[in-house]
Write a protein that binds this ligand. Structure first.
Ligand SMILES: [Zn+2]
Length: 68
């Protein structure tokens, strides 16, 4: 189950049109697939980087290992 965090890393994008920054969870294989800016719909946002390495430490809400 926790393996899903590894195969679906977050990728961060910045729209070159409106400057919107957003994150998408993509598998490694799909990271270059089509994606759009959620704000203006521009189809070629710039990929900033994969924040995969930061997911565990900086984004605990994605780790799903908390108490529930
Ligand atoms: Zn945009």
């Amino acid at each position: 189950m926790e393996q899903e965090e590894i195969v679906m890393p977050l990728h961060e994008y910045e729209c070159t049109k409106c400057g919107e920054r957003f994150e998408l969870r993509r598998s490694i294989a799909d990271r270059d697939a089509e994606y759009k800016c959620p704000k203006c719909g521009d189809e070629q946002p710039r990929r900033l980087c994969s924040v995969f390495g930061m997911v565990m430490s900086a984004r605990p809400e994605f780790s799903n290992s908390g108490p529930t």
